[in-house]
Ligand binder design. Structure first.
Ligand SMILES: *Cc1c(COP(=O)(O)O)cnc(C)c1O
Length: 409
C-alpha cells in the first residue's frame, strides 16, 4: 500500500490563476463579442532576442554534428554560463563568486520550490505578505506550515507589507529559521533600499536565519541606489541563497533557464548544532535529482551577456517599464492609488472605497473587459489590493487604460 504525502491534501483545492481563468471563461461565454485584455498572469509577451535565437540555432547545429554533439552536461550547468554570470551579473557590483557557487537550473520556480529538500521539516518559515505563492505552497508540501486557519498557516510567520508600512517589512517578534524575501517584489512592485536589506542581513546573522532571496526582477531596477543582489550587503554570503531567472528579462518563460547562488560560506545546522555546508548539500541534491538544463538553452542564456544580447535585453526591459509608466499615469489620472511600477513590472492598486480585491476583479472585468489579479490571492495582507502586470503589449496597455478611463469617468 503506497501511503501518500498527506501534506499535499492540506493545499487549498484550486489555484489562484485557475479561479481567474474560470471567471474569465464565464464572462466570455456570456459576452461572446467582448475582447478581453489580460494584464493578469505574469507571463511575458516580447519574443526571444535575436542574439539568443542565433546562439540557440548555432547550438542546435552543434548538437546535430558528430564532432560537436553533447550529451549529458554537468548537473550544475556549463562553466561558460556560470562564468558569464559571475563576470556580468556579480563582478561589476563588487561581488566575487566561484563558479561552484552557481547552479544553473530550468527556472527560479523549481529551485525556490525544491530548496526545501535540504531543510528539515520543522524549521519555522517566515514570508513577507503578500507573496509569490510558490514559497508557501512548497513548504506546505514539505510539512512545515501547520494548519490553515482563516487564510493563514499556523506555523508560518507572516510579515505584512502594506500601505501602512510603505511595503517595507519590519522584523517580527516571532522567531524564524528561514525567511523568503523577493525584491523587486512580485506582487507589490516594491523595491528594498540598501539600508533595509542591511537590517535584514544583520538580523539573519545575529539570529542564524537562512534568507532565500528571490531576485527574479533584479534587471528591472531603474534607481541607481537600489541593491541588485543581496550579496552587495556585507556578510550576506553567510546567510543567503539567491535566485535569478532569465524568464522575465529575456523572454525565457517558455525556454526555461535561471540560476541559484549557494555561497560556500553558507552553513546550515544539524539538530545537534554541527555546521554543514548548504552548497555541498544542494550540490548533492542537484546531482541526484537534476540532469542539467539543456545545452541549447544555456547557450541562449549566455547570449544575453553578449554586447548585442545586452542591448536587446535592455530593449525588452525598457518596453515593459514604459508600459508600467503609461499604466501608472493612466490609473492615477482616474483617481486610483497605485504603488510599484517604478523598479518592477508590477503595479499594485489600492482598492477604492474599501471594496474587496475579488469584487474589483469582477467590476474591472465587466466594466472595462480587463483582467488583473486580486491581491488577496497572494496572501492575507493582499486583501484590498489588486495586481496589474506591465508584461502585455504596448497596444493592449494603451487600450486597457482607455477602457478603464471610460469606465471610471
Ligand atoms: C516569474 C517569477 C520567477 C521566475 O520563475 P521561472 O521559473 O524562472 O520562470 C521567480 N520568482 C518570482 C517571484 C516570479 O514572479
Amino acid at each position: 500500500m503506497a501511503l501518500i504525502n498527506e501534506h499535499f491534501l492540506k493545499l487549498p483545492g484550486s489555484y489562484l490563476f485557475s479561479d481567474i481563468a474560470k471567471k474569465v471563461q464565464t464572462f466570455k461565454i456570456t459576452h461572446p463579442k467582448a475582447d478581453v485584455i489580460s494584464l493578469g498572469i505574469g507571463d511575458v509577451t516580447r519574443p526571444l532576442p535575436q542574439a539568443v535565437r542565433d546562439a540557440m540555432h548555432k547550438a542546435v547545429d552543434e548538437m546535430g554534428s558528430m564532432d560537436t554533439f553533447r550529451g549529458y552536461g554537468p548537473e550544475q550547468g556549463y562553466s561558460f554560463l556560470s562564468e558569464a554570470i559571475i563576470k556580468h551579473d556579480y563582478a561589476p557590483r563588487g561581488v566575487s563568486l566561484d563558479s561552484s557557487e552557481i547552479f544553473i537550473n530550468d527556472g527560479a520556480k523549481s529551485d525556490t520550490g525544491n530548496m526545501g529538500d535540504i531543510l528539515r521539516h520543522d524549521n519555522c518559515v517566515g514570508v513577507t505578505d503578500p507573496i509569490y505563492p510558490v514559497y508557501i505552497d512548497s513548504n506546505v508540501m514539505g510539512g512545515r506550515t501547520g494548519v490553515l486557519e482563516e487564510g493563514k498557516w499556523s506555523n508560518i510567520v507572516y510579515i505584512p507589507c502594506t500601505e501602512e508600512n510603505n511595503f517595507v517589512p519590519e522584523i517580527p517578534a516571532r522567531r524564524m529559521d528561514i525567511l523568503y524575501l523577493c525584491y523587486p517584489n512580485n506582487p507589490t512592485g516594491a523595491s528594498i533600499t540598501k539600508d533595509a536589506l542591511k537590517m535584514w542581513v544583520e538580523y539573519a546573522i545575529k539570529n542564524n536565519v537562512l534568507i532565500l532571496y528571490d531576485g527574479a526582477y533584479e534587471a528591472f531596477i531603474q534607481d541607481s541606489d537600489i541593491p541588485h543582489s543581496i550579496y552587495e550587503i556585507k556578510g550576506a554570503k553567510k546567510v543567503a541563497i539567491e535566485f535569478r531567472s532569465y524568464s522575465k528579462t529575456a523572454g525565457f518563460t517558455g525556454v526555461r533557464c535561471g540560476y541559484t547562488v549557494v555561497p560556500k560560506e553558507l552553513m546550515g545546522f544539524t539538530l545537534s548544532g554541527e555546521k554543514v555546508s548548504l552548497n555541498q548539500l544542494w550540490n548533492r541534491r542537484q546531482s541526484t535529482k537534476f540532469n542539467g538544463t539543456s545545452y541549447i538553452t544555456q547557450r541562449g542564456a549566455e547570449a544575453t551577456y553578449s554586447p548585442e544580447g545586452k542591448i536587446q535585453v535592455k530593449e525588452i526591459i525598457d518596453y515593459y517599464m514604459n508600459n508600467a509608466k503609461i499604466m501608472k499615469q493612466g490609473l492615477e489620472s482616474v483617481g486610483l492609488k497605485v504603488y510599484g511600477g517604478e523598479n518592477a513590472p508590477y503595479l499594485w492598486l489600492k482598492m477604492p472605497n474599501g471594496i474587496s480585491s475579488w469584487k474589483f476583479f469582477d467590476q474591472l472585468l465587466y466594466g472595462a473587459n480587463v483582467v488583473g489579479t486580486p491581491g488577496v490571492g497572494f496572501g492575507p495582507s493582499g486583501e484590498g489590493y489588486f495586481r496589474l502586470t506591465a508584461f502585455g503589449t504596448y497596444e493592449n496597455c494603451i487600450t486597457a487604460m482607455e477602457r478603464i478611463h471610460n469606465w471610471l469617468k
